[in-house]
Design a protein around this ligand. Structure first.
Ligand SMILES: O=C(O)[C@H](CS(=O)(=O)O)OP(=O)(O)O
Ligand SMILES: [Mg+2]
Length: 238
């Protein structure tokens, strides 16, 4: 088995993932929002690429959430905010989500043999479940506006380290020195570091400090969201 990191949403190689497990990593905030929604009673999450698609799917059994450049989309119920989603009592409803980077990455990875959603909140459960497929693993970092996002790289580093602790026999593809250094140096200081990342700073400017601190928590959930027929459902790792 091999494990590789794709650093930005544009760098996925569609022809290479059909027999891979792909973990879409978007720590700030789409993956964190999806894990949190499924951990707070939502029945499923439907990721869509455009605002028009989201509005066309509106029913009384769903909640529309999303952002463009951190700002809530007009007429939507929520921002792409995990702490806001966690306060809503919408048991059994479907969350329709569109975000700047994360839902785009999900759409691009839909040809994967298995498509999982990962972040710091569910890192160990996510890599544990990914290893169970015995396939090559692609850690697909959503990034921010086509640039590498350090927070996504840190989650990828955490997942690789967790996999190595399981003595998984796999070859870690070249991660690049920056990626390795950033993870090794910052692993114990995620709460301090996330507000300093590009996305973290931007979210702080938009008064989402609570989300940034929340998304820095490691292994809060054993829920591994997975895609089935375009919907995201929860898999619980025991
Ligand atoms: O909503 C977010 O937190 C980010 C906004 S930004 O464009 O990265 O600043 O989008 P996401 O799709 O969750 O990365
Ligand atoms: Mg992001």
């Amino acid at each position: 088995m091999r494990i590789e990191v794709v650093p930005t949403v544009e760098e996925i190689r569609f022809d290479q993932i059909s027999n891979h497990v792909v973990i879409v990593i978007d720590v700030l905030r789409a993956s964190s929002t999806i894990v949190t929604a499924l951990g707070h009673g939502f029945e499923s999450v439907l990721p869509v690429e455009t605002i028009g698609q989201a509005n066309s799917l509106r029913t009384t059994d769903c909640i529309l959430a999303g952002e463009r450049h951190c700002r809530k989309i007009p007429d939507f119920d929520c921002n792409n905010s995990p702490t806001e989603i966690a306060t809503r009592n919408e048991t059994g409803k479907q969350l329709i989500l569109t975000t700047t980077n994360g839902t785009r990455a999900i759409q691009k990875a839909e040809r994967a043999s298995a498509l999982l959603i990962g972040c710091l909140l569910n890192a160990s459960a996510c890599i544990t479940h990914a290893l169970s497929y015995n396939l090559d693993i692609t850690l697909y970092c959503a990034g921010t506006r086509s640039e590498f996002a350090l927070e996504d790289g840190l989650a990828a580093g955490l997942m690789i380290t967790a996999a190595q602790k399981k003595n998984a026999l796999f070859q870690v593809c070249d991660l690049g020195e920056a990626m390795k250094a950033s993870y090794l140096y910052f692993a114990e200081r995620l709460g301090e570091l996330l507000p300093q990342t590009t996305t973290g700073r931007r979210l702080m400017q938009y008064h989402f400090a609570k989300d940034v601190q929340y998304c820095a928590q490691v292994d809060l959930y054993r829920i591994v969201p997975y895609i089935k027929e375009k919907r995201i459902l929860p898999h619980l790792v025991s």
